[in-house]
Design a binder for this molecule. Structure first.
Ligand SMILES: Cc1cc2nc3c(=O)[nH]c(=O)nc-3n(C[C@H](O)[C@H](O)[C@H](O)COP(=O)(O)O)c2cc1C
Length: 206
């Protein structure tokens, strides 16, 4: 276990009053730190008491909420349909920082999903159209064959927008900012929503 010495202490009252502005600032720091996927977050869903977790890429704020994109019919999509309450965690090793978020998702309007879909490389568009995310497939060959079929079918034309694909906004109810400190007495500051745009900040023991 390493000693965490990178950061200057996170004093009481040092974080911004708005956790979204604070998260945006830490994301900027993470992007500048040259990490491979600074926007990667672990997304936890839960149905019938069985949690499941996977990495997705944070794709920007929609108002005060965090957006990400996926297949609505894969495992996470089905789980979020059954239980929209979920949790997400960023970990930036180079910065010795973690942010934990809890809340619930809502689907983004299709217009926003379309906009994002058509900004992605064409190969990814065909991939999203082709993949039945989380379904069992007989072989890699079958997957590649279906991708090729779609690429040929739509050659020279716009890739059709897959109705089963799109974004979510994660509406945070609480966010916890963690920063490594020497001697295991790490800083933990938690924001809990106390009104529409009001947040209570509390320090937690490490
Ligand atoms: C760095 C990284 C980024 C990823 N980004 C996404 C993403 O933005 N959206 C997505 O659906 N899957 C993404 N994945 C794949 C997911 O982790 C996961 O395999 C997939 O979404 C299926 O999850 P599910 O079966 O729980 O639905 C990413 C994986 C990694 C390792």
């Amino acid at each position: 276990m390493s000693q965490y010495t990178k950061n200057s202490p996170l004093g009481d009252g040092e974080l911004l009053p708005d956790p979204i502005a604070q998260l945006a600032a830490w994301l900027d720091d993470a992007k500048e730190a040259g990490m491979i996927e600074p926007t990667a977050m672990a997304l936890g869903t839960s149905v019938d008491g069985q949690p499941s977790v996977r990495i997705v890429l944070f794709k920007g704020f929609v108002g005060q909420d965090l957006s990400f994109y996926t297949n609505y019919e894969g495992r996470k999509g089905r789980e979020l349909a059954a239980n929209p309450r979920c949790a997400a965690t960023f970990w930036w090793d180079r910065l010795e920082r973690q942010v934990r978020i809890e809340g619930a998702v809502e689907k983004l309007p299709e217009s926003l999903s379309r906009e994002y879909f058509y900004r992605r490389p064409r190969e990814s568009q065909i991939g999203a159209l082709t993949s039945r995310q989380s379904a069992v497939v007989a072989s890699r060959e079958e997957l590649d064959r279906r991708w090729e079929e779609n690429a040929q079918r739509h050659a020279g034309a716009e890739v059709p927008f897959p109705s089963f694909w799109g974004g979510y906004r994660l509406v945070p109810a609480s966010l916890e900012f963690w920063q490594g400190r020497r001697g295991r007495l790490h800083d933990r500051l938690r924001y809990t929503r106390s009104g529409a745009n009001e947040w209570r900040i509390e320090r937690l023991e490490p």
